[in-house]
Ligand binder design. Structure first.
Ligand code: NOJ
Length: 597
């Protein structure tokens, strides 16, 4: 148990006078669907678009305003659809173009929006453009991708530079037919498009227009920060000594023409009043973020910024550990919450997606008796900040990461498999290092997010009548939508209340500014949403599984006495003991002034 000194709230951000301008995409809560694992409607073991259509009432009753579909385009599926072979056709096992049109129409009929994934840093190597590009040096598409001559060292042929691929190995792959290497920052079957070629840029704009004409309301733009690279492709600085291939984010995470390219995308979006959220790993300098999201810049509406989901990643790559506590989290949240107010930008709030492990497993000590409380605490923490809220399928049920007993042959993801194979080689003489790696892989592997959605306690969790493409998490009899539906105390019911609260108290919870209580407490996170132009709302969460004795600031103590509770994950009313709150494991409370709307 910890007792702290009286808290101080941080002073208000100086940059903004009055509330942010309003927009549908700021108020929306967006539900992310991983099509392969959502619902299988035709009994082939793989989710599909008609499966999504069958669950629209569920989504509507959850209270989400938009659906973001991970890629459903024609693809050989080397990276689960993030390798697109035809941007205007649908991967046949997922359905047809007509199915997508029906889905868009059905969403619109419910007043909901449709967001597609736009993957244009790279295509599949099976795309007609790449087949042509790789065929010879003289073909019309010869410079649609990034080709460079080999280096020769002591007569040995080597890639043009030392850049590492994000999925392990060199970022360059050799093509005999051209006697050259092409750049592929992910797997070799995902060649990077050459944005320096205006024909490529035009084609991307045409693809966007194709989908916008079909009624799509916006795009999530995959690794969009990587589309411009440092000219000349210099070697990356050595950050992993002793390794042949080095992370090269300084050369491809924010290239010199990025802002210009983004402005071009914005012009297309603006013709349709559509919005874009850009995925931007490894971009966290103030000036860079501001240049992309400040409203006056007319680039992107918001970005997925990775500081929270990277806070437990160590120096030795994704599957190496790093320690963090509630203060780490507070610093990150405070930085980006206040920053977006200052620059007139907007945050994209997320704790989970298809690339991240389940938050309740990764960020809390989720002993079974605390899982429900912990999942509600995380929902409160992320869902009461300023920004557009993203919910990943199953997060609303408190779905967990994969069981620790599963062997590697249950893992399907190319990143897990490649990095695991590399580690087996690297640590062949170091059992302890391999154990640390494995613990971390289990903690952070993308597979954790990709097991089928748990709809009910029946065969295959109600996901499919056939053997699912990926094994269902063993805990589906205890964690599933059917059992949580209509159960007042469930994680699902809590998410419904949270999403409703963001609508009922939109002025405060969506548009209010953010003031962190900066008391350095290692377990309790508390912030105020307000700013003088709306009612103040207070949020307090205990991030740990132990009881915390915590002294709220005077303003919050007054609110406890006079305000009303909007949300709480314990049934009783919040009560002060003198000046102190006794917070039970994962206890979370949201309070607002009486009469506030
Ligand atoms: C980010 C996507 O979210 C991830 O799933 C994919 O593997 C890479 N980009 C490459 O497209």
């Amino acid at each position: 148990m910890t007792t702290t000194a009286p808290s101080q709230t941080q002073k208000q951000s100086p940059g903004r006078q009055g509330p942010p301008t309003r927009a549908w995409w700021k108020e929306a809560s967006i539900y992310q669907i991983y099509p392969a694992s959502f619902v299988d409607s035709n009994g082939d073991g793989l989710g599909d678009i008609r499966g999504v259509i069958s669950k629209l009432d569920y989504l509507h009753s959850l209270g989400v305003d938009a659906v973001w579909l991970c890629p459903i385009y024609e693809s050989p599926q080397k990276d689960m659809g993030y390798d697109i072979a035809n941007y205007r056709a649908i991967h046949a096992p997922y359905g047809t173009l007509e199915d997508v049109e029906e889905l868009t129409g059905a969403l619109h009929a419910r007043g909901m929006k449709m967001v597609m994934d736009l993957v244009v840093n790279h295509s599949s190597d099976q795309h007609a453009w790449f087949r042509e590009s790789r065929s010879s040096k003289g073909n019309p598409k010869h410079d649609w991708y990034i080709w460079r001559a080999p280096r020769f060292v002591d007569g040995k042929r080597l890639p043009p530079n030392n850049w590492a691929s994000c999925f392990g190995g060199s970022a360059w792959a050799y093509e005999e037919a051209r006697g050259e290497y092409y750049l592929a920052l992910f797997c070799p079957e995902q060649p990077d498009l050459n944005w320096e070629n205006p024909d490529v840029v035009r084609e991307v704009h045409d693809i966007m227009t194709f989908w916008l004409e079909k009624g799509v309301d916006g795009f999530r733009m995959d690794v969009i920060n990587m589309i411009s690279k440092t000219p000349g492709f210099p070697d990356a600085a050595v950050s992993l000594p002793g390794r042949e291939w080095q992370p090269a984010f300084e050369h491809h995470s924010y290239g010199p023409r990025l802002n210009e390219f983004l402005k071009g995308l914005r012009e297309v979006l603006d013709r349709y009043d559509a919005f874009a959220v850009g995925e931007m790993p490894c971009v966290n300098q103030d000036s860079q973020v501001a240049a992309v999201v400040a409203a006056e810049r007319k680039e992107l509406n918001m970005i997925f910024q990775f500081d929270i989901v990277d806070m437990d990643i160590g120096d030795d790559g994704k599957f190496s550990p790093r320690k963090w506590d509630a203060n780490t989290l507070k610093n990150i949240v405070n930085r980006w919450q206040t920053f977006m107010y200052d620059v007139d930008g907007w945050n994209a709030l997320f704790l989970e997606n298809h690339d991240q492990a389940r938050s309740v497993s990764r960020f809390t000590k989720h002993r079974p008796e605390h899982r429900t409380l912990a999942a509600k605490m995380l929902a409160t923490f992320i869902g009461t900040q300023a920004g557009t809220l993203y919910i990943y399928q199953g997060q609303e049920l408190g779905m967990t990461s994969l069981p620790e007993t599963w062997s590697m042959d249950q893992f399907k993801d190319i990143e897990s498999l490649n990095l695991h194979a590399e580690a087996v080689e690297r640590f062949k003489d170091n059992k302890e290092a391999m154990e640390i790696f494995m613990r971390d892989l289990r903690k952070k592997a993308r597979d954790n997010a990709r097991s089928p959605m748990q709809w009910n306690g029946e065969k295959n969790a109600g996901f499919s009548v056939a053997k699912p493409w990926m094994r269902v998490n063993d805990n589906y009899p205890e964690i599933n939508a059917q059992q949580q539906h209509g159960e007042g105390g469930s994680v699902l019911s809590y998410w419904r209340k949270l999403l409703q609260a963001r609508k009922d108290y939109r002025d405060s919870l969506v548009y209010g500014n953010f003031e962190l209580v900066q008391d350095g407490h290692e377990a309790v996170i508390c912030f105020k949403r307000g700013g003088g132009y709306c009612a103040d709302a207070w949020v307090v969460v205990n991030f740990t599984d132990s009881e915390q004795s915590w002294r709220p600031p005077a303003e919050l103590r007054a609110m406890i006495a006079s305000g009303k509770q909007v949300l709480g994950n314990y049934d009783d009313d919040v009560v002060l003991e003198g000046d102190v709150l006794q917070l039970r494991p994962f206890e979370s409370r949201v309070l607002i002034a009486q009469g506030a709307v």
